[in-house]
Ligand binder design. Structure first.
Ligand code: ADP
Ligand code: MG
Length: 344
């Protein structure tokens, strides 16, 4: 069994508290994503789970066993990093099988595992190549293969796609999702600062901020019911618009949160009293959508997602009308106080 229980886990480097009491209950086979801004402690938490970092206080349980003082190699964990550190003088086969030789498995068993991993990762035709003759995505697949063959109970990934170009990232993201479907009993924890990766890969997302858990929930829970302004601003792309002042007061909030996709735009006059008047600063035309960056007269810069057939130009007038039931409201502490259900 590979459920992971983390209780009041703290990690300090000297006087600096990096993780400030983390509690997490992760089920066997779940795909968990740690997301949060750079420096919030994602890698540190992952390294505490793997055993590469010592835990300052609190408990880490894997499969019901306390792991705080268990050596990394005895935790049943495999880790894939951003830099894949393949052995340059070894073939793909050699790189994938290396750890197994160290484990003292028979040649036949090693070969069976390498072939199975290569098949899963579409590396069968490349087993005799050296890493320098592979693309970035293939190299990353070799790094994943090296981890898979050890048959880990828990798979840890630290920003494994950060070094790849945009198209390859999307491709590998889908492969990793497929891999987790192929290994339903393997618990996976995946670190990223990319909220699109988090939304698309995770069964549940842990949003970290400054060493504590802001929210732990399914992607749609985080999107629909963010537990704080921080989560609201972090999940969703483009990011949620925040409006303070008179307009927010009018709906009984300190801060009103409006997602770009929850705005109706009009280029021909003010539709309702709730509409914000503004001028297009610039439009990002994507074909499928247009993201209009609007300088409003009383709510600052807002972004609205428009249908792709609307392509207003810089300087054009525009009126933005948030859809009522989708308006998030937050108090002065950034805590949610519910959606706007009827006109206040
Ligand atoms: P993330 O992966 O979310 O970007 P990290 O877990 O790498 O963040 O780092 C969290 C914080 O811990 C950062 O402020 C970083 O400077 C600090 N930190 C990480 N490793 C060490 C270390 N070995 N010694 C001192 N501080 C560290
Ligand atoms: Mg990191």
């Amino acid at each position: 069994m590979a459920e992971i229980k983390i209780e009041n886990l703290k990690k300090s480097y000297g006087p600096v508290d990096v993780l400030k009491g983390i509690d997490l209950d992760i089920k066997q086979g779940e795909f968990i994503v740690f997301v949060g801004p750079s420096g919030c402690g994602k890698s540190t938490l992952l390294r505490c789970i793997s055993g590469l970092e010592e835990i300052t206080s609190g408990d880490l349980m894997i499969g019901g066993q306390r792991m705080n003082d268990v050596a990394p190699s005895k935790r049943g964990i495999a880790m894939v990093f951003q830099t894949y550190a393949l052995y340059p003088h070894m073939t793909v086969y050699g790189n994938i099988s290396f750890g197994l030789e160290m484990m003292g498995l028979s040649k036949a068993e090693i070969d069976k595992r390498v072939q199975a991993a290569a098949d899963k990762l579409q590396l069968t035709d490349y087993l005799k190549r050296l890493p320098k003759n592979l693309s970035g995505g293939q190299r990353q697949r070799v790094a994943i293969g090296r981890a898979i063959v050890r048959d880990p109970k828990v798979f840890l990934f630290d920003e494994p796609l950060s070094n790849l170009d945009a198209a390859l990232r999307v491709h590998m993201r889908i492969e990793i999702a497929q891999l987790s479907r192929d290994l339903p009993d393997t618990t996976m924890i995946y670190v990223t600062h990319d909220q699109v990766e988090a939304m698309t890969l995770a069964d549940r997302i842990v949003v970290l901020s400054a060493g504590h858990v802001e929210q732990f929930g399914s992607p749609m829970e985080l999107y629909d019911n963010p537990a704080s302004l921080f989560v609201a601003g972090f999940i969703g792309s483009p990011k949620m618009n925040f409006v303070e002042g008179e307009a927010a007061k009018a709906v009984g909030a300190h801060t009103m949160g409006i997602r770009p996709e929850h705005i109706d735009a009009s280029l021909e006059g003010k539709p309702t009293d709730m509409s914000f008047e503004g001028t297009i600063a610039f439009s990002e035309v994507l074909g499928s959508d247009t993201f209009a960056h609007v300088d409003t007269t009383n709510a600052g810069r807002m972004i609205a997602r428009l249908p792709g057939n609307l392509m207003p130009k810089a300087g054009d007038k525009i009126w933005l009308t948030p859809r009522q039931g989708d308006i998030h409201r937050f108090d002065a502490n950034g805590k949610p106080i519910g959606r706007l259900t009827s006109a206040a």
